[in-house]
Design a protein around this ligand. Structure first.
Ligand code: 4AD
Ligand code: MG
Length: 493
């Protein structure tokens, strides 16, 4: 990190420099910046120009060892997965032990020199060491390799491990790459509301937003809601799609990228109650266009994350999913599979596999069915299309067969559904019919229905579960390990 304000510090002492109107406060800051001025370990390891210069680094001790004449400290400051080896020569530091405690925060000034070890690279020959923060032996990250289950119990400290450093570095790169993809293609990034009055998916999984405890003086539920903060029932959005459609009818192509909330009672490795959701919506597009965009986007994300986060993906390949890189590279070569729901049901019935849940036309596909399709039958990501209308949402375009809707789920090996999308019903009468069949209140969706009244066009979109995409990219098998603080049924971590 390089501080602009540090320029103050290089001035002569302001007390001798009366012309300069530096306030005492600014000067105080200047002193602090001077004291903490340091080089990122990322730069120390990668910037050739720094070799054989004196520099200061800061970081936490990840490991240390001592031999007869020297002690070694592996320092990490979070700017890279890699650690900088620091050498403490015992001639200069005859008692190195107080500087060698795991988890301790140090500031070290020294000479960056070619490493004396067999692995090459650089190391820092320490000249001056300041202890910024001591770390007692009860520091919980003692063992070399702790389990993910254990680390989940210390979410505030697990981030200091290699695994979580790598996860969050990929998470950050993936988020930026998503923006890059849509921005380069003229999509408008919109921020849809988080508090909403409409349940987009109609699955009754909305968290309620209220300031009012129930009170027996309210005669009806409506009376209660009318007295609440918003004067009506409100909840946390399960999806920004409906507002996304409003935007797409004005800006043509839009995307949202924000949190969605689901009060699903699903205690699985793939569900969290608060997840991040990428939802593009495209005007003048039908289901085959949506499928094409999804495949193009996924391939762009995989290709670019592979390039930008190579070190991290190699780490996951080595420690979490052998063959990960090969899997991702193969994805770029192959066309994704496409199968209709009806064909998929047929395949599942005839495959001879013993499933826990029987498969009949009209049933929702279970995880075991989705896994069979993507992992065994296709061995790659597969689009399942044209689901029975009864198991999908009201807004999906009804197909001519009267039984199915123009929807698609993208199933990815190892994760299952990572995307759900569809063409939307653009015909007002058909949309009204679908809402009536579900006993939905037409008044509540007045604005949404207006989109079909005023210049309705074929359009569609999809929702990508950001954490599920991360699971696919990293090979991490539990969604709780790719999000900072998981919120799940019965627990707020
Ligand atoms: O399939 P879903 O429910 O689709 C929608 O919400 C549509 N409105 C999207 C759209 O067309 N704009 O959710 C989309 C994706 C899922 O495929 C999954 O990846 C993710 O969101 N998702 C979850 N991720 C983690 N935990 C949960 N509880 C999730 N629920 C959905
Ligand atoms: Mg879905």
């Amino acid at each position: 990190m390089r501080y602009n304000i540090a320029v103050f510090a290089s001035l002569p002492n302001p007390s001798f420099d009366k012309d300069r109107s530096l306030t005492n406060r600014a000067f105080e800051y200047a002193i602090i910046e001077e004291v903490m001025k340091h080089t990122d370990i990322y730069d120390a390891l990668n910037d050739q120009a720094l070799l054989n210069t004196q520099l200061t680094v800061c970081g936490w001790i990840r490991s240390s060892r001592e031999s007869k004449s020297v002690a070694f400290v592996e320092l990490n400051d979070g700017t890279t997965l890699q650690r900088l080896q620091v050498v403490l020569n015992k001639e200069r530091f005859p008692e190195p032990a107080p500087f060698l405690k795991l988890g301790m925060a140090l500031k070290i000034k020294g000479q960056l020199i070619p490493s004396q070890g067999k692995n090459g690279g650089v190391e820092l020959e320490a000249e001056q060491i300041d202890i910024l923060g001591d770390c007692p032996p009860e520091y919980p990250l003692q063992k070399k390799r702790t389990t993910l289950d254990y680390l989940r119990t210390i979410p505030h400290l697990r981030l200091r491990t290699n695994t979580f450093n790598a996860v969050f570095r990929v998470r950050s790169v993936l988020a930026a790459t998503i923006h890059e993809y849509f921005q380069a293609r003229h999509y408008v990034y919109v921020h849809t509301p988080i508090i909403t009055a409409s349940d987009c998916e109609g699955a009754g999984e909305m968290f309620r937003v209220t300031t009012l405890p129930w009170n027996s003086e309210f005669k009806t539920e409506n009376d209660y809601f009318a007295n609440d903060f918003f004067g009506q029932k409100a909840g946390l959005s399960v999806s920004g799609q409906l507002e996304g459609e409003v935007c797409a009818m004005a800006f043509g192509k839009i995307y949202t990228f924000g949190p969605s909330f689901r009060a699903e009672n699903s205690n699985t490795p793939r569900h969290v109650a608060e997840f991040w959701h990428v939802e593009p919506e495209i005007a003048f597009a039908e289901l085959p266009d949506i499928i094409e965009i999804i495949e193009d986007m996924i391939k762009y994300l995989v290709e670019n994350v592979l390039k930008k986060s190579r070190t991290e993906i190699e780490f996951f390949d080595k420690h979490y999913q052998n063959g990960l890189i090969e899997k991702l590279e193969r994805l770029l070569q192959d066309k994704f599979g496409v199968v209709t729901y009806t064909e998929a049901v047929d395949m599942l019935q005839k495959c001879g596999e013993k499933f826990q849940y029987p498969v009949d036309w009209g049933c929702d596909l279970q995880t075991e069915h989705e896994r069979y399709l993507s992992e065994v039958a296709f061995g790659k990501p597969v689009f399942v299309t044209d689901y029975p209308k009864e198991i999908k949402s009201f807004y999906m375009k009804q197909n001519d067969d009267g039984k199915t809707v123009a929807a698609t789920d993208l199933l990815a090996p190892g994760v299952g559904e990572i995307i759900g999308g569809s063409e939307r019903e653009a015909n007002l009468d058909k949309l009204l019919q679908a809402m009536q069949a579900r006993d939905m209140s037409v008044e509540d969706y007045h604005d949404y229905l207006d989109l079909r009244r005023f210049g309705s066009v074929p359009h569609g979109g999809f929702g990508l579960g950001f954490e599920r995409m991360l699971m696919y990219l990293t090979g991490i098998e539990n969604i709780r390990d790719v999000i900072l603080y998981p919120r799940v049924v019965n627990k707020i971590f």
